[in-house]
Design a protein around this ligand. Structure first.
Ligand SMILES: Cc1cc2nc3c(=O)[nH]c(=O)nc-3n(C[C@H](O)[C@H](O)[C@H](O)COP(=O)(O)OP(=O)(O)OC[C@H]3O[C@@H](n4cnc5c(N)ncnc54)[C@H](O)[C@@H]3O)c2cc1C
Length: 299
C-alpha cells in the first residue's frame, strides 16, 4: 500500500461519516433486508451464491441482540419465499457474546434451529482474538446439536493450524480467510508472505482432515494455490467453495465461476454499516483515489 493510502487509512476514523458512507457504499447492499435480497437475486442470476450478514457488532444491550435474532429469522423466511441460493453469516458480538456467553449461545441456538427447519446453514464469522475461544466453543456445541453450522478461521493467527486439529472432522465446515482485525504480533503472523504461507498450510490441513473449506480471498496468488490443491486432492465441486466480499474484484469472481468453481459472495446490510466499512476501506489499495473522488463530488 502506498504511503498516501496508509496515511489516509489511519485518518479515516476522523473523516465525516458522509464521506465514509460514499466511499464504502460498494461494500454494503443497503440498509434494509429488501436491499440485500435484491442484491442476492442479482448475484444468483450471475451464477454466484450468497451469504447474508446483518451488520452490527459489540452490542451491550440484550434487546439489540434479541432484535438481531428476530431479523435473522425474517432473513431465512425471505430466502425460502424467494427461492434464493443464500445462507447467513452471523457475528457473535452482535448476538450478545460480550454480555454473556450463555445468552449468546442461546441466541445462536435459535438461529441455527430456524435455519435447520428451512434446510439452511449458518456461518459464524470470526472476530478479534478476545472472541476466538468462545466462538469455537459455541460452534462445536451447536454444530453437534444441529449439524448446519460453519465457522471461520484466520490464517494470520498462529493458533489456526492447531485449531483445525481440534475441530470435529465429520460434517465440519470452515471458511478460511487471512483475518482483518489488528492483532498483536505475539499471537498473529504479520508478514504478507507469512500469512499466505499459513493460509496454504491451513487449507491443506482442512482438506486432509475432510473438513469442507470455504476459501475466502481476493488474493490471486491464494486463489491459484487453492485451485491447485483442489485439483491435487481431486475435490468434487460440491466439497468446497470460494468466497468473496461484495464490492471487491468482480473480475476475479467471474474468472473463478467461469473456471467451474462454486463461489459465494458475502452480502452485508443494515444501518450499522460504519465499523464494517472502515475495515473494508483499510484493505482497499485504492482508498486514496476513492476518498479524493468522494471529496470532489461532495463540493
Ligand atoms: C467472504 C469473506 C468473509 C470474511 N470473513 C471474515 C471473518 O469472519 N473474520 C475476519 O477476520 N476476516 C474475514 N474476512 C476478511 C479477510 O480476513 C481479509 O481481511 C480480506 O478478505 C482481505 O484479504 P485477501 O485474502 O483478499 O488478501 P488481500 O491481500 O488483502 O487482498 C488481495 C487483493 O484484493 C483486493 N482487495 C482486498 N480487499 C479489498 C477491499 N476492501 N477493497 C478493494 N479491493 C480489495 C486488492 O486488489 C488486494 O490487492 C472475510 C473475507 C471474505 C472474502
Amino acid at each position: 500500500m502506498s504511503l498516501l493510502n496508509r496515511l489516509l487509512v489511519t485518518a479515516l476514523p476522523l473523516a465525516p461519516r458522509f464521506i465514509v458512507a460514499r466511499v464504502a457504499a460498494r461494500y454494503v447492499a443497503g440498509s434494509t433486508l429488501d436491499d440485500a435480497l435484491r442484491v442476492v437475486g442479482d448475484l444468483n442470476r450471475q451464477g454466484a451464491m450468497a451469504t447474508i450478514d446483518l451488520l452490527g457488532e459489540e452490542v451491550s444491550e440484550r434487546d439489540k441482540a434479541l432484535a438481531a435474532v428476530d431479523e435473522y429469522l425474517r432473513v431465512f423466511a425471505a430466502i425460502q419465499e424467494r427461492g434464493l441460493d443464500a445462507n447467513v453469516s452471523i457475528k457473535l458480538t452482535l448476538l450478545g457474546l460480550k454480555i454473556d456467553e450463555g445468552f449468546c449461545r442461546d441466541n445462536v441456538d435459535r438461529i441455527a434451529a430456524a435455519a435447520r427447519e428451512r434446510g439452511n446453514f449458518v456461518r459464524i464469522d470470526m472476530e478479534d482474538h478476545t472472541c476466538t475461544d468462545a466462538t469455537l466453543r459455541i460452534y462445536r456445541e451447536l454444530q453437534a446439536r444441529h449439524g448446519n453450522l460453519g465457522v471461520v478461521l484466520q490464517a494470520y493467527m498462529r493458533r489456526t493450524l492447531e485449531d483445525i486439529g481440534e475441530l470435529p472432522r465429520q460434517g465440519g465446515n470452515v471458511r478460511l480467510c487471512k483475518g482483518i482485525y489488528v492483532e498483536p504480533r505475539r499471537i498473529a503472523w504479520k508478514g504478507h508472505d507469512t500469512v499466505r504461507h499459513n493460509f496454504v498450510r491451513a487449507l491443506e490441513k482442512l482438506i486432509e482432515n475432510g473438513i469442507y473449506p470455504a476459501v475466502a480471498t481476493h488474493d490471486e496468488f491464494l486463489a491459484a494455490a487453492a485451485s491447485a490443491l483442489i485439483d491435487q486432492h481431486a475435490l468434487a465441486r460440491d466439497r468446497y467453495e470460494f468466497q468473496m466480499l461484495l464490492g471487491v474484484d468482480r473480475e476475479l469472481r467471474d474468472i473463478l465461476i467461469a473456471a467451474g468453481h462454486r463461489l459465494r459472495v458475502y452480502v452485508p446490510y443494515g444501518s450499522d454499516w460504519y465499523p464494517y466499512s472502515i475495515r473494508r476501506l483499510r484493505e482497499n489499495p485504492e482508498v486514496a483515489r476513492h476518498v479524493l473522488r468522494a471529496l470532489l463530488a461532495g463540493r
